[in-house]
Design a protein around this ligand. Structure first.
Ligand code: NAI
Length: 389
């Protein structure tokens, strides 16, 4: 891939239009296509408004903003991808639809064009299986909103060639993004490691230990998280967050560690998605938010229980070679704004102390959900800490 190849983006929804903006701002000619003309018109309008705001905030000159806009060609025809060096797909999250689209792309694009998917939950290897030359297919997973979030997960399918992996990583690095390489497994890094932030908080609520406001307070007060789990789920949308949890749980052959919560399911069933519907765990029709119980002992207990579950997930991801310790910590600080990398946190607390809390939970509940990673056990026994090379 040469530095200034033409970039194709398929799907002009929230992710596709954001990715098109990032590529055009990095100096590439971009072809943005969608099957819906209405969607394309709306994406063009949104893009131009965003660029205008950047000018108003003096983050970009008027000439530059015009040049970025001019570099993006909107089209309803995938045939315009013909001379692209990379095409990033960001259409509906459906395996059969994506496989068909990749098979069509293969017929349109040049042999050396890399075909990437922005899927957040499907297997990249399954999508690649839709192509004859599956070695040129890779996952390039941006976070929402793509122009603002620095992290991009690069996911080689089992079929992806080493050359396509290194070319794709260097290209996205050159777009001022922080790239991490993840194995093609459910949730990749962020959507796997972050599960207990939501799941354990919901479980604590279900047990009647504390209410939403108190759990949120515990995580912001003692953990330094920018938002508590319930505020964050209301922000993401309970429908979206539940769907991710459910898909990770199913894809992991129903491993109890990833079991979804009935509380979240019922909130989703009721249409209480969160901010976008005016009601989620909190009621947004009023300015009056419930007050937490600011009991320090309770707060610290809640925080530590959720933290050890998060650390265990991060350690297990290292154990199973999902990514390097450095990339796992980068993912959580740059992809979901955690105040500290979870493995760094494990080092500071000490693997032995983390393990003791997990073992206490496992002992009490006798549920596989609380099983400690074998790596955590080994590290605690050897008195080791994580290294970030
Ligand atoms: P969206 O629903 O906003 O946009 C999808 C677009 O694809 C629509 O404009 C639709 O008209 C178009 N489309 C659907 N089928 C098509 C086809 N066969 N050919 C051409 N265009 C087609 O979806 P969103 O949120 O932008 O997500 C897109 C992809 O990015 C999904 O795979 C999703 O899992 C992934 N993703 C989403 C994130 C998010 O927070 N929304 C974050 C990271 C990844």
């Amino acid at each position: 891939m040469s530095a200034k190849i033409k970039i194709g983006v398929l799907g002009a929804g929230s992710m596709g239009s954001g990715i098109a903006q990032v590529a055009a701002q990095s100096g590439h000619e971009v072809v943005l296509t969608d099957k819906s003309l209405t969607q394309l018109d709306s994406a063009r309008g949104n893009l131009d408004r965003t660029l205008q705001k950047l000018v108003e905030k003096q983050k970009m000159s008027a000439e530059e903003s015009q040049a970025v806009s001019d570099r993006i060609l909107c089209s309803t025809s995938m045939a315009d991808f013909e001379d692209c060096g990379l095409v990033i797909e960001a259409i509906v999250e459906n395996l059969e639809v994506k496989k068909k689209v990749f098979s069509d792309l293969e017929k349109i694009c040049r042999a050396e064009c890399v075909l990437a998917t922005n899927t957040s939950s499907l297997s990249v290897s399954s999508i690649a299986a839709g192509c004859e030359n599956s070695g040129r297919v890779i996952g390039i997973h941006f976070f929402n909103p793509a122009p603002l979030m620095p992290l991009v997960e690069i996911i080689p399918a089992v079929q992806t060639s080493a050359e396509v992996l290194s070319q794709s990583k260097s290209l996205i690095d050159s777009w001022n993004k922080i790239t991490v390489v993840a194995k093609d497994t459910p949730g990749f890094i962020v959507n796997r490691v972050a599960r207990p932030f939501y799941g354990e908080a919901l479980r604590i609520y279900e047990e009647g230990v504390a209410d939403f406001a108190t759990i949120d307070w515990a995580m912001t007060e003692f953990g330094g998280f920018k938002m508590g789990p319930f505020t964050l789920m209301d922000y993401i949308g309970n429908d979206v967050n539940y769907a991710v949890t459910d898909s990770v749980f199913t894809a992991f052959y129903f491993d109890p560690r990833y079991k979804p919560s009935l509380t979240q399911k019922r909130h989703s069933d009721a249409g209480w998605y969160g901010r976008k519907t005016g009601r989620g765990y909190y009621d947004y029709s009023t300015d009056k938010m419930p007050e937490p119980n600011r009991d320090k002992v309770l707060g610290e207990k809640i925080f530590f229980r959720i933290l050890v579950m998060l650390i265990n997930e991060a350690v297990d991801a290292v154990f199973l070679n999902i990514a390097s310790p450095k990339d796992i910590d980068l993912s959580m600080t740059k992809g979901v704004n955690y105040p500290k990398g979870l493995l760094q946190w494990a080092n500071e607390i000490g693997p032995g102390k983390v393990l003791a809390q997990l073992d206490q939970l496992a002992d009490e509940y006798r549920e596989d959900r609380y099983r400690a990673s074998a790596l955590l056990r080994r590290m605690a026994a050897a008195g080791q800490s994580f290294e970030f090379k």
